[in-house]
Design a protein around this ligand. Sequence first.
Ligand SMILES: Cc1cc2nc3c(=O)[nH]c(=O)nc-3n(C[C@H](O)[C@H](O)[C@H](O)COP(=O)(O)O)c2cc1C
Length: 248
Amino acid sequence: MSGSNYDRTSLDVLFENTALGDRNVENRVGLSPMTRVSATEDGRATSEMADYYAKFADGGFSVLVTEGTYPDDAHSQGYANQPGLASQAHVEAWQGVTERVHGANTPILAQLMHAGALVQYNRYTDEALAPSAVTPKGEQLELYGGDGTFPTPQEMTHEDIETTKQGFVDAAQRAEAAGFDGVEIHGANGYLLDEFLTDYTNDREDEYGGPIEHRVALPRRSAQRSRRCDSGRIRRRCSPLSDESQGS
Ligand SMILES: Cc1cc2nc3c(=O)[nH]c(=O)nc-3n(C[C@H](O)[C@H](O)[C@H](O)COP(=O)(O)O)c2cc1C
């Protein structure tokens, strides 16, 4: 793929094998994380979800990334019927998915997502946390358990930030126990880590706000700490935020 021979208009490159961390995969077609709100009310993955992910693996996709999954039983859940990786019950439920996907010899990563200010339903708390008390734009979706405009979140204390980092680390460990091949930390689309990165949702004047080196601190440290306890396979998703991209 390197050098001047690479033809950017050809789709052939999609079907060439490549390295994914320390393993080879047969093509470059992967499943993007897509929220499906089809877990149980208490966040356990279901056999229908196993069927869904297994279809992509059986169909030849070379890597799958799950829907955004909440890492802790505090402020991270964002939708009704969202799956979690916050408890042993969640681990055991995801094992049914990873086993099916591994049956096709396909790797699967768990996407860990903290909803931040964009909470539309959270069974553990009524309070949303964010880097600063900035009210999100737009309206909540009924499909996600939401209703009306978003409330204004609480500005996170340093203790909240530490708890959140540890939440990602613990969930990365649970992901390993559930049979995942790694995790992707969701740092895009207007959710918590993106709220730290984005200037207009981060008014903080401490070491987590202001210049970009400060704003990347929480996303960077969450990934670094998770890498130490997971098998080392961590990706972080980030994307530029536009007014339209909040909450996908
Ligand atoms: C219904 C739906 C749910 C999505 N859920 C997630 C999600 O949980 N996590 C995430 O990072 N992106 C999510 N996305 C974004 C997709 O992963 C993808 O980036 C987006 O559909 C754009 O696709 P493209 O990058 O191929 O243009 C979702 C998109 C859709 C349509």
